[in-house]
Design a protein. Sequence first.
Length: 372
Amino acid sequence: MLNVQRPLAGAALLRPLAFFVATAAAVVLGGCAASPPPFYAAAASESLVNVYGPEAAADAPPAPAQAPAGQAPTPPTASPPQVFVLRPLPGADGAVLKALQRSERTAPLRYRVIVIPGSGCAGMGPIAERYFAGLLHAQVLVLHKPGVDPQARTAPGDCAHDFVQQDRLSTWLAHARAALVADAQQRERDGAAPLPQLLVGISEGAELLPALAPEVPQLAGLVLLSASGLDPQEAGTLQAQRLGAEEDWAELARVVAGRRPDSAVAQGRSLGYWRDLWSWPLTLPLVRSPWPLLQVWGADDALVPAAAYERFAELASVRTVPYCARRLPGADHGLQRRMAGGEGVDGVQQVWAWTEQWAREPTAGLCAPLLR
């Protein structure tokens, strides 16, 4: 039986597996007893931290949007860029979510983007200005789980005990749904002009998209970044096969199916978290969803196997509404690619360049920019 107080003996194999199963953008963590639990994951991958994170100068200009070859990015206005501000939103059962919101950086305002980040207890605040820089004509709303400070840079293994106990997909879904309902109601009370909205899931955040979609008025599409689209349990099986870690994966499955309480901790997560994940439906809801679906992933993603992306593409081919996927050559889980000579290519900004093109011609469809 697995000792839930320490990593598995095969943790060296499970580290990359764990990060994928949590579908979070993360750096591989150490496996000794003093190291962070191997099943934890941060909100941003190592490459994203390097591009947008703490070591970047605070007064450095935001990264520009990267338009496709032959097309220049929309030029910014002379006014200073808008910045993210704290926007508390009600969650379930009296909880408060510390969301971040930013107005459009460049007039006119054309659309709105609602973001569900990846897992972990660090916030997106330290990287938000740079990460979302390419969303020029969009208002951006970024949700955070209860207990997550948007400006926190907490290491994955240092998440508070209370956070670990409450962190599970079903709980997060209830809070996020309540927040989106409140957001829509507030916009209606304020008389805000109707705008097309995109619901973006980053890694683990994508697992909530099908259930949250009905709460977003004027929803124009779903965007999956570094998320396979498969049910987490199936995706985890494929990653275990990729790593030769089938026995370790099976051992975790036995613990999940056992009689220990949900509050027990295995590999840095509560068993409640793992039990939600083990039975979480994602593929069928995505395939059946009536909204256009854009999926972008890196060819060198160490946390999600290519087989998982390919399997979902095969299943999604029966969709009757648009589905488009783009594999970014050489990009990692954070959609970052390092060129010869050390120059980096930021795939996140490429995604925003596509959504900006769509927003200029929304009737062409969300997938139109990828087909040009």
